[in-house]
Design a protein around this ligand. Structure first.
Ligand code: ZN
Length: 226
């Protein structure tokens, strides 16, 4: 990766973010540890975006059909689109907030299983590393699809371990992403996504799906068109 698709920055620095207990709970191999650390900890020195955020910005640029940097697109006249950001979309959030018709919704005030918006009302729905914490991920994606206008796009990230299939953590000890200090049950990980993550979108009713990757397999974002 040479250019940050959010701000145009060209310098990146690495920081390791995983800790031993999470590595054990998640049963990550050394190579998986390395790419998840890059996904979350390799950051643009100008805007702070990690690879996960750069991948999400690329998914949005794909959805918008633009080659502009996301920050340029947000300030251009094309940015009259209504954008729903569900929970803080990491380093993409500040740019999304520049869209004139930006809507922000955060848990627990807004539950992704019951979005308080009419059918067919939004152009784009965005979330970042939220779906793995949700009780019913297919239901949540169905709800994202419901509020999208026809031809609207859902763009999001989840941590994906590409060498295995998705597993439900039900019955396993509680596990948390974010930091070693996080411990509220609301933010525990419910689903550890694997190579079949895209099938959740199909089951939620989407039929056209795209994957945006940077430094595969470190940065992956999914997008789906209604
Ligand atoms: Zn940047």
């Amino acid at each position: 990766l040479t250019v940050c698709s959010i701000c145009g920055g060209t310098e990146f620095k690495n920081q390791s973010v995983l800790w031993q207990r999470l590595i054990e709970e998640w049963q990550l191999s050394p190579c998986e540890v390395e790419y998840i650390d890059r996904q979350q900890g390799r950051c643009c020195t100008s805007c702070g975006a990690n690879l996960r955020s750069v991948a999400l910005a690329n998914a949005l640029r794909f959805a918008f059909g633009t080659d502009l940097l996301l920050s340029q697109f947000a300030e251009s006249s094309a940015a009259s689109l209504s954008v729903l950001e569900i929970n803080d979309a990491c380093h993409v959030g500040p740019t999304l907030k520049k869209f004139p018709k930006h809507v922000f919704a955060a848990y627990p005030e807004v539950d992704i299983h019951r979005l308080p918006y009419p059918d067919n009302s939004l152009d784009v729905v965005v979330h970042s590393d939220t779906l793995e914490h949700v009780e019913y991920p297919i239901h949540a994606l169905t709800e994202c699809r419901r509020v999208l206008k026809p031809s609207g796009w859902l763009c999001f990230t989840i941590p994906i371990i590409v060498g295995r299939l998705t597993r439900d953590r039900a019955g396993l000890p509680l596990s948390f992403h974010g930091s070693a200090e996080t411990s509220s049950a609301d933010f525990s990980v419910k689903t550890e996504f694997g190579a079949d993550a895209w099938t959740y979108l199909i089951q939620a009713g989407f039929s056209n799906i795209a994957i945006s990757a940077v430094e595969y397999p470190a940065g992956i974002a999914l997008s789906a068109r209604k």
